[in-house]
Design a protein around this ligand. Sequence first.
Ligand SMILES: *[C@@H]1O[C@H](CO)[C@@H](O)[C@H](O)[C@H]1NC(C)=O
Ligand SMILES: *[C@@H]1O[C@H](CO)[C@@H](O)[C@H](O)[C@H]1NC(C)=O
Length: 495
Amino acid sequence: MRCTVVLSILSLLSAAPVQVSAVQKTGLKFPDSALASKYRDLVKGVFQTSYAAYKEYAWGHDNLTPRTRSYSDGRNGWGASIIDAMSTMYVMDLDNLLNDAVDYAGTVDFRSSKTLDHVSTFETTIRYMGSLLSVYELRGRKDKVLLEKAADLADKMAYAWVGDNELPFGRIDFSSNKPDVRTANIAEAGTLLMEWATLSQYTGNDTYHRLADKAMRHIAGLEAPFPGLAAQNIDPSSGKFVGGYVTWGGGSDSYFEYLLKYSQLAGLGDHLYIDTWATAVDSSIRYLLSRSTVGNHLYTRDYDASFNKFSDVGSHLACFHAGNWLYGGTILQNQTIVDTALELLDGCWNTYTSTTTGIGPETFAYITPGQSDRFLSSDQRSFYNAHGFYVKTSSYILRPEVLESNFYAWRITGDSKYLDRAAKAVDSFRKYLRTDIAYDGISNVDDESSDKVDNMESFWFAEVLKYLYLTFDDPAKMSIDDYIFNTEAHPFKKW
Ligand SMILES: *[C@@H]1O[C@H](CO)[C@@H](O)[C@H](O)[C@H]1NC(C)=O
Ligand SMILES: *[C@@H]1O[C@H](CO)[C@@H](O)[C@H](O)[C@H]1NC(C)=O
């Protein structure tokens, strides 16, 4: 009898792994603090240059188009760059710019779109709501208008849940309050909870939390192609998966990210979300990991359950997984996950070091043993033989994920090689992305005189420059033990 009791207590303990309280390496210090502050200032300078040009040529619009010195409005014309940049201004102590941005936010009518296109629940949540709520918190909850504006957005987006549907549609027409009744993906439906639950906390209206929570819970509860690895596409009307495509890349990515991050934000220990995250990672390690024939680089494959077929693609977007696994593996004290994450990061970083600009491409692919590579062009084949991957989409459109994962690696391991990598990226960006007025994406990362793409995305301000700046900033100031970054890098204080 006694024996049984002891055994059942032991099995309880192993079912709920102890979570560590400190993830960031304690007492983390820069080996060369002068160099760190030099790079921190360089990154801040890049931000200031970029923002000044935005202000001059695109103020109030979503993005600056640097080559044409004009603007584009892909995020409903509410001034995405201003709003998305706010939490980075806070981090960089750019108080005057931030005061102006907060004033601007107060003037925007978020209840009607300034463009003809419909409103994306996902993009609007992570960029606009994410930043409004983050800055509301960071500034001590004194700017009530930021909270009101976030609620204006959520009240309109709540129409994405139709009838008894547990899943929201991906886009809504703000004039008719009718959603586009098309399929959605798990990133769209499952990357809302950090922001919507935070909004409920501050408004006292639990509906926001309940809507986002039921969507995420629904996805986690569906029978998946591999345990924990939800398929990408879903139909909000039926509540079922459409097809069986599994990936850590775009369209799925941040659903997996939020399983872990929301658990941390809300302090959920043994809970469906963190369990599903750990199961997803476990399935990925079992079924999706592969290695390149050249260079032995570790990567995660995609899988299509409908055709029982794997594909050896990789993407800049998916490279967030390295930092996410490292963060979660450290929380769960699981060395297998930690070691795998660091190897995935090396594979992602290899896409940067392999090009002549030192900047990684949008999508790339590997060749596994036995797989035919007859379809490769001779350029792709020689690139593969030199670097272990070949380039599929050669552009760099100011994405953050590789440097985001690199930031987690620095904060968690304290290995200075991650500082060196970040510094190299800053050097490359200053050299190859600079235009006469600002910074811009490039169409070919393997061409030192590549064309520019004529678009400075708002995530350049929100994510790339924030993660780079924080890599070189005092680690105690915004410790990853105190703040959880939403998928657009807006920091939320742990509850
Ligand atoms: C709470 O939010 C929902 C969703 O926007 C809204 O329909 C409802 O009226 C709000 N409740 C209160 C008491 O404001
Ligand atoms: C650590 O993670 C691996 C991979 O997901 C898993 O197989 C293993 O059971 C985990 N170890 C513990 C002690 O939870």
